[in-house]
Design a protein around this ligand. Structure first.
Ligand SMILES: Cc1cc2nc3c(=O)[nH]c(=O)nc-3n(C[C@H](O)[C@H](O)[C@H](O)COP(=O)(O)OP(=O)(O)OC[C@H]3O[C@@H](n4cnc5c(N)ncnc54)[C@H](O)[C@@H]3O)c2cc1C
Length: 273
């Protein structure tokens, strides 16, 4: 396998043009996959020396995240306000400290593991993803990006160059709850919520499920149950019931887990509003 250390965004895009080159970001998934033989790229292009990719910025109501922003960044106060609080609430559930020190948010989106947290965050917040290849740049909504476990609409010759997450308004509280068997790498199932209360009623709600289907799930029926209601136990119970019906693949104990975890995530969100 050939190894290329790129020094600029242009060099990364040029290296990807052959369609058989893998981006090496944090390496926390790629290196394992190459070791086990699950990934067999002809070449890897290491982006860790591309200083332009270490960018986290906020403008026009969007948080812009570039390809070298590590999970760990979101543990800090780097992102202000309710969005920062949501990302801080969730990041601690990703792997363990060494994984979070190397792994990147964009690497996680590109990898599209069905039990990963960031793809669900991006989906329920309506994030935009920029893909760049030799043919130019295109923007895809997160909800259209993930197509199956480990599959996205990214073409092999494209770099996932930026994700933009909408800033959340004041009055938003976020909560997360997961079930993870001891020593498991990823959550067995998890739920997350970001709920905005304006003048005593819920004016915006985003509810998502992790590892409850082949792709990130946005539980729209749960969101509908919350909108316009006061953030009370009855609304939380109605939303949790709706979340449990969200996907035909979710049955039996798993459906019960979705219900319990959604209720827990919403209760935690309410404490933060
Ligand atoms: C023990 C362990 C526990 C973990 N637990 C969790 C967990 O609980 N939750 C969770 O979400 N994740 C977990 N992970 C995965 C971790 O979050 C990874 O960091 C993440 O999946 C990939 O990020 P990375 O930067 O390391 O990407 P890499 O490993 O470098 O790359 C992953 C894949 O994405 C591609 N890629 C990376 N960046 C780009 C880009 N900019 N454009 C195009 N393609 C790109 C690579 O080519 C490769 O195919 C765990 C990993 C381990 C080893």
């Amino acid at each position: 396998m050939e190894y290329v250390a790129a020094g600029s965004p242009g060099e990364v895009v040029a290296a990807l043009a052959d369609g058989d080159t893998a981006v090496l970001a944090g390496g926390q998934s790629l290196v394992l996959d190459v070791t086990t033989g699950d990934a067999r790229p002809r070449r890897v292009v290491d982006i860790n020396r591309v200083t332009e990719f270490d960018l986290l910025a906020q403008n026009d109501g969007m948080l812009r995240v570039a390809p070298l922003v590590r999970h760990r960044t979101f543990e800090s106060e780097a992102v202000p306000g309710a969005l920062g609080d949501m990302l801080r609430t969730i990041v601690g559930y990703i792997g363990h400290p060494p994984i979070r020190a190397r792994g990147t948010m964009i690497g996680s989106l590109a990898y599209a593991h069905p039990a990963a947290e960031w793809p669900v965050v991006a989906t329920i917040l309506g994030a935009e993803l920029d893909l760049v290849g030799a043919a130019g740049r295109r923007t895809v909504a997160a909800e259209q990006f993930f197509t199956a476990p480990y599959r996205t609409v990214r073409r092999p010759e494209e770099l996932l160059a930026e994700v933009r997450l909408p800033v959340l308004p004041p009055g938003t509280g976020a909560g997360f709850a997961e079930h993870r068997p001891p020593l498991a790498k990823y959550a067995e199932v998890a739920a997350m919520a970001a709920v905005t209360v304006t003048d005593g009623v819920i004016s915006a709600a985003a509810v998502g499920l992790v590892n409850a289907g082949p792709c990130p799930i946005r539980a729209r029926a749960a969101e509908k149950a919350l909108l316009g209601a006061t953030f009370c136990d009855a609304a939380i119970t109605a939303a949790a019931d709706a979340a449990a019906q969200v996907d035909a693949h979710v049955t039996g104990q798993r459906r019960q887990a979705v219900k319990v975890l959604t209720r827990r995530a919403l209760t935690r969100a309410r404490e933060k509003v």
